[in-house]
Design a protein around this ligand. Structure first.
Ligand code: NAG
Length: 361
């Protein structure tokens, strides 16, 4: 039976509530981590404030008075207040909320616990407010990270929530490592040292896809662009020696380690083996081979004239030539004709303006 109107609305409401709850749970998890970060900042600032006020006193007065009172300032409420004032940035909402909520604890620690528990972070953040965990542990009960609290993620990764009451203790491995325990090596890396609790992954030779050692003879499989030679070592493939060449006709091929590149031939070439006018397979049209280098042909100094029309002149250009009219002549319909003396422009314009209205009529 399909849900009816009211039932449908109830279902929608329920799914909304579930979604909100889910969001709150993920939010709360993030909060657990950030609460510890805030607490860490507060205690760091406390220690800084403690150092800053170390040489201070009640201020003013003569030296004798200071000497009598200095020891008292060291442990005084005034000094505590001066330190507490600098614990939070006024803009940090979380910090100020934490301070407001737990200000009494600082007083308790200052006057009653400091001697026995000199580590404020441990006493305050871990043991009293319980927003942090000892290093190498995570979550509400401060369970040990994968790999143990002494070597979270076997020192090859980051334990989620490490040192906080949040997270799930799972590892994100450093580059080169993988697996739940960060003891395995990713492709391109090999285990230089390995036992149940320790793993050192080192990068393979650049020719290997996978390997068991550091040289090109230790590859399990060669990378693309590399191939096995007779000694079972991975060596560079010379892609340029392939027939046909992997490059275009007007390009030359350049072999590189593990790859190759194609570059354009010199413009004087028709095909080439490398860069430059002296590396052509043949010369391009308009160029000739002069002692192994392709050079421009001067069409205008050929025994047979190339510009044959009357009053025409030959001008050589790079790779070609043009036929232009001699001075005093201009091209009209393919012929060089004598240039006319310029007419008086005003007269012709005036006649035009007088003729156009007539045309309209
Ligand atoms: C594993 O190897 C490391 C480094 O070589 C060594 O310090 C450690 O004692 C070894 N552990 C075991 C269980 O063999």
């Amino acid at each position: 039976m399909l849900p009816t109107g009211p039932q449908l609305r109830l279902l929608q409401l329920l799914s909304c509530v579930t979604l909100v709850l889910l969001l709150q749970v993920t939010d709360a998890k993030k909060d657990l981590k950030s609460a510890c970060t805030t607490c860490q900042q507060v205690t760091d600032n406390f220690n800084k404030g403690f150092d800053r006020t170390a040489k201070q006193n009640f201020g003013g007065g003569n030296t004798a008075w200071e000497e009598r009172t200095l020891s008292k300032y060291e442990t005084s409420e005034i000094r505590l207040m001066e330190i507490v004032e600098g614990l939070c940035d006024s803009s940090s909402f979380e910090c100020n909320r934490m301070l407001e909520e737990h200000e009494d604890h600082f007083e308790t620690w200052w006057f009653k616990r400091k001697t026995k528990h000199p580590d404020l972070h441990k006493w305050f953040c871990i043991d009293t407010v319980k927003v942090c965990c000892p290093k190498g542990t995570f979550g509400p009960d401060c369970n040990a990270c994968v790999g143990g609290s002494d070597a979270p993620c076997h020192r090859n990764g980051q334990c989620d929530g490490d040192g906080t009451r949040g997270g799930n203790g799972k590892c994100s491995c450093d580059h080169g490592y993988e697996g739940e325990f960060c003891l395995d090596c990713i492709d391109g890396y090999f285990n230089e040292v390995r036992n149940d609790t320790f793993s050192l992954c080192t990068e393979c030779h650049s020719s290997c896809k996978t390997c068991t050692g550091a040289t090109n003879q230790d590859c399990d499989e060669c990378k693309d662009g590399w191939e096995d030679d007779e000694q079972e070592a991975c060596v560079d493939v010379n892609e340029c020696s392939a027939d046909p060449s992997p490059c275009e006709e007007e390009q030359y091929c350049l072999n590189t380690e593990g790859s190759y590149s194609c570059s354009a031939c010199d413009k004087v070439c028709s095909g080439c083996t490398a860069a430059g006018p002296d590396k052509c397979r043949a010369c391009a049209a308009g160029y000739q081979d002069t002692e192994g280098t392709c050079t421009d042909i001067d069409e205008c100094s050929q025994p047979e004239p190339v510009c044959t029309k009357e009053h025409e002149q030959c001008v050589n250009t790079e790779g070609s030539h043009v036929c232009v009219c001699s001075s005093g002549y201009e091209k009209q319909e393919g012929e060089c004709v004598q240039t006319l003396q310029p007419e008086k422009e005003e007269e012709s314009e005036a006649s035009e303006t007088t003729t156009s209205p007539k045309e309209e009529l």
